[in-house]
Design a protein around this ligand. Structure first.
Ligand code: FAD
Length: 404
């Protein structure tokens, strides 16, 4: 880092400064380095934190194709497991959809997000990519002007700045990119009013399918992560602290909602991680504000019901890498405007399916004055019945469930 005449603080520069080393930032970093573009990734957390942060696990086939195209899917092919069945449990019984044999005949690959991040980071460093851990982006400045830059707090607390031609905001929903949007930037937001207790259990999966339980007490979900680790979700009241329920209460509640008495016991084990997720979504429109481009959760947040977030992040990163390469080569931003338009179309498709899925699995508070009402409960039952019996509906579901 140098002290320049024009800079009162420590200064560095890169053609593209990428904020955040999640799936979006690291896919983008890899593709920029492969294209010979001068870039740096600035990450607030340390390396071990990002390599152990458990979040997504279900990768769409298109996500794997994108990563394959750029030689980034080796770990996925070596350790990921394909998955193509989900099971719905309701008061009327249970039914399975073998979605790998429906729609376009595609399936998910189960590969924990922290493993994907670990792989992407290793590839980025091997290729000579620059990354700064423990470096928090504070704000993006002059995105509409001729000399954009990012102010940061260095690991030792000192202020610094990075001059850039473009800044890629891949730093999630609470990052500096969103905070730096101009006052007129549009953010479409919807809050479902529903929350989930997200749990990781050190216990083998209890069924060989994704499990969705629709219950009067609220939704419960089951998703395999590995032969030893299972993710569960429990719908809970808004504002519930993550540690409010004892492990025993959690397992009893899962047993009840997953109807273990009818369909077989759940494998219990220690709860090794818990968080509360408020189901909300938003879309920033446009994804381009001058030299600042958004991708991943920074661009749009999807409620987790349909597992689209990490998949959109990877897709957007690939599109953004191409657009940045074109913009840098041609000296104008037309490709970046196209990037925004193209991604917004994918994002709204994902939001639409997520909304459908969220409505399928929950009673949405405030949806009807007569909350948890007979009317909406009956609509949900009709939807589930249609999904159970209509091949056309099942094909539609399968295509959207694995697609981005
Ligand atoms: P992130 O992964 O959030 O990465 C952003 C990075 O930016 C982080 O490393 C953060 O430390 C860094 N950062 C933040 N602020 C700053 C700053 N100011 N300066 C520098 N760095 C900063 N999606 C799916 O597709 N399938 C699933 O099954 C699924 N399950 C989920 C389960 C849970 C419990 C949660 C919470 C999410 C889940 N998601 C799922 C969503 C998915 O994890 C996100 O959509 C995905 O992580 C988005 O990737 P990203 O790179 O945009 O952002």
């Amino acid at each position: 880092m140098t002290e320049s005449r024009n800079c009162r603080t420590l200064c560095e520069s890169a053609d593209v400064v990428v904020l955040g080393a999640g799936p979006a930032g690291l896919v983008l970093g890899n593709l920029l380095v492969a294209a010979g573009i001068d870039c740096v990734v600035l990450e607030r957390a340390d390396r071990s934190h990002i390599q152990t942060r458990a979040r997504a696990g279900f990768l769409a086939p298109n996500t794997v194709r994108v990563l394959d195209r750029h030689g980034l899917a080796e770990g996925i092919h070596r350790h990921g497991r394909t998955h193509g069945t989900c099971e719905f449990r309701t008061a009327e019984g249970r039914f399975r959809l073998d979605y790998a044999a429906l729609g376009r005949g595609e399936q998910h690959t189960v590969y924990p997000q922290q493993n994907l991040v670990t792989d992407l980071l290793a590839r980025y460093l091997d290729a000579g990519g620059r990354i700064r851990f423990g470096t928090e982006a504070l704000a993006v400045h002059d995105a509409d002007g001729a000399a954009p830059y990012v102010t940061t707090r260095e690991p030792d607390g000192r202020p610094a700045r990075w001059d850039a031609r473009y800044v890629a905001g891949c730093d999630g929903r609470h990052g500096a990119a969103r905070r730096s949007l101009p006052p007129g930037a549009v953010r479409h937001r919807h809050d479902y009013g529903v929350s989930w207790l997200g749990l990781l259990a050190e216990a083998p999966p209890s069924l060989d399918a994704v499990g969705y339980a629709v219950h009067d007490r609220g939704f419960a979900g089951h998703m395999a992560r590995s032969p030893q680790i299972t993710r569960y979700y429990l719908q809970c009241g808004r504002g519930l602290p993550a540690d409010a329920w004892s492990e025993e209460r959690i397992w009893d509640e899962l047993d009840l909602r997953m109807r273990a008495a009818d369909h077989g016991p759940l494998h219990r084990g220690p709860i090794i991680e818990r968080c509360v997720v408020d189901l909300a979504c938003d879309v920033v429109d446009s994804l381009r504000h001058g030299s600042l481009l958004l991708a991943g959760d920074a661009a749009s947040l999807t409620a987790p019901a349909a597992a689209k977030g990490a998949n959109l992040a990877v897709l957007e990163a690939e599109l953004l890498a191409g657009a940045l390469a074109e913009a840098l080569a041609q000296g104008n931003g037309a490709a970046l405007d196209r990037y925004s338009t193209q991604c917004l179309a994918y994002i709204w498709r994902a939001q639409e399916f997520t909304q459908w899925m969220t409505g399928l699995l929950h009673a949405i508070p405030g949806q009807d004055p007569d909350e948890g009402s007979f009317f909406h409960g009956s609509l949900r039952r009709a939807r589930l019945d249609s999904l159970r019996t209509s091949r056309a509906h099942q094909d539609w579901f399968a295509e959207n469930y694995v697609g981005v």
